[in-house]
Ligand binder design. Structure first.
Ligand SMILES: [Fe+2]
Length: 296
């Protein structure tokens, strides 16, 4: 193979070789990364056992996890449509969305389409969200307030936004507390008031935590939670195959970018999503995902 390339290089000369071999290869890689890979939404199935937790679940629970939709353009809205097509036939019990909705689509048609998809989701099941760093205003630099357009969009979609708050619901006869944090980078995340301390006696209840940035979970050792849902890292967007190396993740703890389940503290888990969206419409060996978590 290398000898053939060397022979072709000599025969054609440097310029023609680049034009005939290198340029088409670069174009192909670019097209795969920007057109094919970034829109290849996959449903990631994750199973856990009821006994895997500090307090075993009594009944099964199926959670749909969506993250980082980054609704900047029509391609992002199409990915959301595809995600719901994949997820809704499985009838999840609840949906959790872990932030970075992003600036809403620029044209009205896409905006209304995205809104109708989220309305469909919240009609099908109780839907909760936390905010990500892209959901806050740009100014002031330190602790900006959440973007009013994002909050209005979520209110219109009937999605419950949790900012250092929790809500209690009954699912399949068992009580679940959903707690949501403000963003680790832009907000003032505060677990007090929405999660109990780990050494407090636990009632007959289970805790799901929505926290956009998984780095923050390492600071929540003193609090009681079962599964935390995060995104933010986009799986690195570019992954080197076979060695699972993600060169750029935006995380302090690079390993948390791997999608799926991580045991952060004994019997306290992170469910990390690659997310639906991306920055710059670029993905390589790192397809967008939504997660269906089954606790059986
Ligand atoms: Fe983020």
């Amino acid at each position: 193979m290398f000898k053939t390339l060397q022979r072709n290089f000599k025969l054609l000369g440097k310029r023609r070789f680049i034009f005939m071999f290198v340029l088409p290869l670069v174009i192909c890689v670019f097209l795969v990364a920007t057109r094919i890979e970034s829109s290849a939404v996959q449903l990631r199935r994750v199973e856990m056992k009821k006994d895997d937790f500090r307090v075993p679940f009594k009944k099964p629970l199926r959670v749909l996890h969506i993250s980082d939709t980054h609704l900047y353009n029509s391609a992002a809205v199409k990915r959301l449509h595809k995600a719901l097509d994949l997820a809704l036939p499985h009838s999840p019990d609840i949906a959790v969305i872990t932030g970075d909705f992003g600036i809403m689509p620029k044209n009205e048609h896409d905006y209304l389409l995205a809104l109708s998809y989220f309305q469909l989701l919240s009609q099908a099941m109780p839907t909760f969200a936390c905010l990500g760093n892209h959901d806050y205003q740009r100014k002031p630099k330190k602790f900006p307030p959440p973007g009013p357009s994002v909050l209005k969009f979520l209110a219109d979609a009937n999605i419950t936004v949790l900012q250092n708050e929790s809500k209690s619901i009954i699912v399949n006869g068992q009580r679940i507390i959903i707690a949501g944090m403000e963003d680790y980078w832009k907000g003032r995340p505060n677990a007090q008031g929405c999660l109990p301390l780990i050494d407090e006696p636990r009632e007959d209840v289970h805790y799901l935590l929505l926290d956009h940035n998984p780095d923050h979970l390492l600071k929540l050792q003193d609090y009681d939670w079962d599964v935390a849902f995060s995104g933010h890292a986009h799986g690195g967007q570019i992954k080197i195959p076979f060695i699972e190396w993600r060169p750029h993740t935006n995380l302090e703890n690079n390993h948390l970018a791997r999608p799926g389940i991580h045991e952060i503290f004994p019997k306290r888990y992170l469910c990390e999503s690659v997310g639906l969206g991306n920055l710059y419409e670029l993905r390589m060996f790192c397809k967008p995902d939504i997660i269906l978590l089954d606790i059986k």
